[in-house]
Design a protein around this ligand. Structure first.
Ligand SMILES: NC(=O)c1ccc[n+]([C@@H]2O[C@H](COP(=O)([O-])OP(=O)(O)OC[C@H]3O[C@@H](n4cnc5c(N)ncnc54)[C@H](OP(=O)(O)O)[C@@H]3O)[C@@H](O)[C@H]2O)c1
Length: 319
């Protein structure tokens, strides 16, 4: 079959032939129609993601849209390396398949499902978000952040604060449902003060963090409380992505002086059952009222050329 194939952690995958997957007892074959180039797909192909097996060669792609042997159109997750979703055919388990509502187009589902799941799973299963709470989204300018703003609104958030470095994409969050924005490109004191104002005066309950690194350090500096007799409100900080860096320095007083609760959300910290529950909820919600997402579709044969292109849209490959 034709597939994208990763041969080296230092180079984009090549479009070539790869052995067809043969389903095992609990697996089914899926004919793929669309698969999204999400950040996790790239970091697995670089070998830097915690989910990387270190084995080469393999077909990239963690999720996709396709048809089962009985003709059902499904969203599915790839189940067994070296077979991913960037191929004509892939394999999955029945438990990792969910039928698609007619209203949703293959490419749109492939583009939105991973970024939408990131905030849905975080809010539903890690933050246990309650309608009426206030939320700050650190890294609101990417695909996941733009969807997080829309999903926070549908969860009934009272105030949504969007934070990012790209002024145009940050401005767009206002039309997606953000009440306020904070631009990261400003001096550190101004930034910490803007964060402190939101956290303390506007009473942020939940932070969704797609960045980590220096922007998260500035945000956490705003969480520290001074004095000995204050009583701090609970603040659930959900770590989702690390677009700005994999590490940060955390002062011990940040945790002791505040109501900060540091929680992660992703594969491993959210069970596969809860991830699929979130995916189904996203699909249902999108079928009722579509989410806004920028996507660019391309044939899979162009994968090597487009792998490192910097589109401000989610790339979707179609075999
Ligand atoms: N845990 C999960 O369930 C889950 C699921 C999906 C995604 N994620 C993670 O979440 C992160 C974002 O994903 P995404 O889908 O939104 O990716 P994306 O669409 O590629 O967007 C990345 C965004 O991050 C911004 N960015 C990059 N470096 C930055 C920096 N140093 N400071 C500030 N902003 C920076 C980019 O801004 P510019 O436009 O200025 O370049 C862009 O807006 C990734 O780390 C991804 O792996 C996690």
């Amino acid at each position: 079959m034709n597939a994208a194939v990763v041969h080296s952690f230092d180079a984009p995958p090549r479009y070539e032939t790869f052995a067809d997957p043969i389903p095992q007892a609990d697996e089914i074959l899926v004919t793929v129609t669309a698969a999204g180039l999400h950040p996790i797909v790239k970091s697995l192909a670089k070998g830097t993601h915690y989910g990387s097996t270190g084995q080469l060669p393999f077909v990239p792609g963690v999720d996709g849209v396709g048809r089962t042997p009985d003709g059902v159109r499904v969203l599915f997750g790839s189940s067994r390396p070296p077979y991913g979703t960037f191929a004509k055919r892939s394999i999955t388990r029945r438990s990792m398949c969910t039928p698609l509502p007619d209203a949703l187009d293959d490419a749109i589902v492939a583009a939105m499902i991973n970024p939408a799941m990131s905030s849905w799973a975080a809010l539903a299963h890690r933050a246990h978000f309650v309608s009426g709470e206030n939320i700050l989204i650190l890294g609101a300018t990417g695909c996941s952040g733009h969807l997080a703003v829309q999903i926070a609104r549908r969860f009934g958030a009272r105030r949504i604060v969007a934070v990012g470095r790209n002024p145009r994409a940050l401005e767009e969050t206002k039309s997606l449902g953000a009440d306020a924005t904070i631009l990261l490109n400003q001096d550190r004191d101004g930034l910490v003060s803007a964060f402190r104002d939101e956290i303390s005066n506007n009473k942020i309950d939940v932070i969704l963090d797609y960045l980590w690194g220096p922007p998260a350090e500035a945000l956490l500096a705003a969480v520290v409380q001074k004095g000995l007799d204050h009583e701090s409100r609970r603040l659930r900080y959900i770590q989702i992505g690390n677009s700005a860096g994999p590490n940060l320095s955390l002062h011990a007083a940040t945790l002791r002086s505040s109501g900060l609760e540091l929680i992660g959300s992703g594969f491993g910290s959210v069970s596969m059952d809860k991830i699929f529950e979130s995916l189904r909820a996203v699909l249902q919600e999108a079928a009722k009222q579509p989410f806004r997402i920028k996507l660019a579709a391309a044939p899979l044969r162009d994968v090597e050329k487009l792998w490192n292109s910097h589109e401000h849209a989610r790339l979707v490959f179609q075999p």
